[in-house]
Write a protein that binds this ligand. Structure first.
Ligand SMILES: N[C@@H](CCC(=O)N[C@@H](CS)C(=O)NCC(=O)O)C(=O)O
Length: 214
């Protein structure tokens, strides 16, 4: 398994998931985002969506999209369980992941791309500067909604640390670095953010993996 890797919250999400599982990539191949290497023919032949991360499997498959990659890793190595052991648990985790994606992650990242990140992204994708502030506000609405759900619990899926926590954490960490910080008045969410951030998988991008997947 080779991980095409870069800076940014999405590759970190996959590294974090792998670290939680103690998984090792055979090789990590850095791709230069600022130079636009990911938008050139060689990388596009692996991931036509032109973004990072991407996982190259031994059989010649290329897997992109963070959540699909994490689902694959869970299937390859069940323990520790981060999605679920029963159909109900898996569906519950996926429900929360989807909520994180459409309520917070997508508007927060597009708010960045269309706003502060405009000059970086304008020749890579359609950017809509007039939508930036609205998208950032949508993300904050999503965070306030999540705050209400988290009251009295420390994980996004009740009673289980899951992919939903891992999907959101690097995005909020990134958001805070680009002018979309977490409002400290959201106390449950702030406590959740600090708890997830204290895990080894979150603190160290260059974790030491413990086990290998073929
Ligand atoms: N939907 C994709 C999003 C991936 C993404 O946005 N990756 C960023 C890095 S965090 C990227 O490649 N940005 C550079 C670009 O779009 O040219 C996923 O889930 O993997």
């Amino acid at each position: 398994m080779k991980l095409y890797d870069s800076r940014g919250p999405n590759p970190k999400l996959v590294r974090m998931f792998a670290a939680e599982k103690g998984l090792q990539f055979d090789e990590t191949i850095p791709v230069d985002l600022p130079k636009g290497e990911n938008r050139q023919a060689l990388y596009l032949s692996k991931n036509p969506a032109g973004q990072l991360p991407c996982l190259e499997l031994n059989g010649g498959y290329f897997l992109a999209e963070t959540i699909a990659i994490c689902e694959y890793l869970e299937e390859r190595q069940a323990e520790p369980v981060l999605i679920g052991t029963t159909p109900e648990q898996r569906a519950e985790t996926r429900m929360w992941v989807r909520r994180m994606e459409w309520k917070i992650i997508q508007p927060m990242l597009d708010g960045f791309r269309f706003g502060r990140g405009h000059d970086f992204f304008k020749d890579r994708m359609r950017v809509i500067p007039e939508a930036a502030d609205g998208l950032k506000a949508v993300a904050q609405d999503g965070l306030r909604w999540l705050e209400r759900q988290l009251e009295g619990r420390v994980t996004i899926v009740p009673d289980r640390f899951t992919l939903a926590d891992i999907a959101l954490y690097p995005i909020l960490e990134f958001g805070a670095s680009v002018g979309q910080p977490l409002d400290p008045a959201l106390r449950s969410l702030t406590a959740w953010f600090e708890a997830v951030g204290s895990r080894d998988s979150a603190r160290n991008d260059w974790y030491q993996p413990k086990a290998a997947v073929e």
